[in-house]
Design a protein around this ligand. Structure first.
Ligand SMILES: Nc1ncnc2c1ncn2[C@@H]1O[C@H](COP(=O)(O)OP(=O)(O)OP(=O)(O)O)[C@@H](O)[C@H]1O
Length: 254
């Protein structure tokens, strides 16, 4: 059971790379089960905030509490062990394996060494779980396909299945719709909305439609700072957001 009211509390977090202040005093609380989208134009600091929470690098100042525990100095693996799962902008799949085998490995198939058929006899329940996860992300029937033969969209869906295999408390998705067709975007949006409500979700997304459709609350970053947060309706109606997107890359507002 959660031992705090929040899955995540980031307090006054800053990160400087050389002379660049990528994020400046950003605070962000995410309640258990809440779904947050972080939006902002190129260079706003979204990825830096995301990576700071995931523990990819140490923050310059500020604190990060995960699941009620100070995680500011915890390495990525320790954060993952406590229940944080993330996807990446670039694919981390095993391209020569099938979809099902990828999910199997993500489920903790530590005995995996190219002998999946042999291990499958020992772990039929794990293969059932693989099928469930593939179904959940809309990849029913794709289990036997080699990853390299999946479409880009399907590969991202597979990554989502692998993240879900970890039964995360906090699922962090880094631009999951990058490179998607309009149809794939709609599909992803529906998939994310259908995720179990007990998974806390932090989504960084360029695509406004997905960001607003999936989130309970939206955080707007600009120039390294959190400048606004509110409901999707608040954000949609915000003149400030409109100005920022028009002043930045108009593609971002698409
Ligand atoms: N490793 C790094 N080294 C130096 N500067 C960095 C590094 N990572 C990010 N920055 C800088 O920090 C600022 C914020 O970048 P960040 O990638 O967090 O923005 P973003 O909102 O994710 O942008 P995008 O939407 O383009 O991915 C930018 O000015 C960027 O150039």
């Amino acid at each position: 059971m959660p031992d705090s009211t929040h899955a995540l509390r980031a307090l006054d977090v800053s990160k400087t790379f050389g002379g660049v202040r990528a994020i400046k005093g950003v605070s962000l609380d995410i309640a258990w089960g809440e779904r947050i989208s972080v939006i902002g134009t190129n260079g706003a600091g979204k990825s830096t905030l995301f990576n700071a929470i995931a523990g990819v690098f140490p923050v310059t100042s500020g604190t990060i509490e995960l699941f009620g525990e100070d995680a500011t100095r915890l390495p990525t693996a320790a954060r993952a062990k406590r229940g944080l799962a993330r996807t990446f902008q670039t694919s981390r799949l095993f391209e020569g394996l099938t979809s099902a085998e990828n999910v199997y490995v993500a489920l903790g198939g530590t005995e995996f060494s190219g002998h999946l058929l042999r291990s499958s006899r020992r772990t039929p329940e794990r293969w059932l779980r693989v099928e469930e996860l593939l179904d959940r992300v809309g990849l029913s029937g794709r289990g036997p396909m080699i990853v390299a033969d999946l479409s880009h969209g399907e590969q991202r869906q597979l990554e989502l299945a692998m993240a879900l295999a970890l039964q995360p408390k906090l699922l962090m998705l880094d631009e999951p719709a990058a490179g998607f067709s309009p149809a794939e975007r709609q599909h992803l949006s529906a998939l994310l909305r259908d995720l179990p409500r007990d998974i806390t979700l932090l989504l960084i997304e360029h695509d406004m439609d997905i960001a607003l459709a999936v989130a309970d609350r939206v955080v707007v970053m600009h120039d390294g700072e959190k400048i606004l947060e509110g409901s999707p309706a608040d954000i949609r109606a915000s003149e400030r957001v409109r100005e920022i997107y028009l002043g930045g890359s108009i593609d971002d507002a698409a």
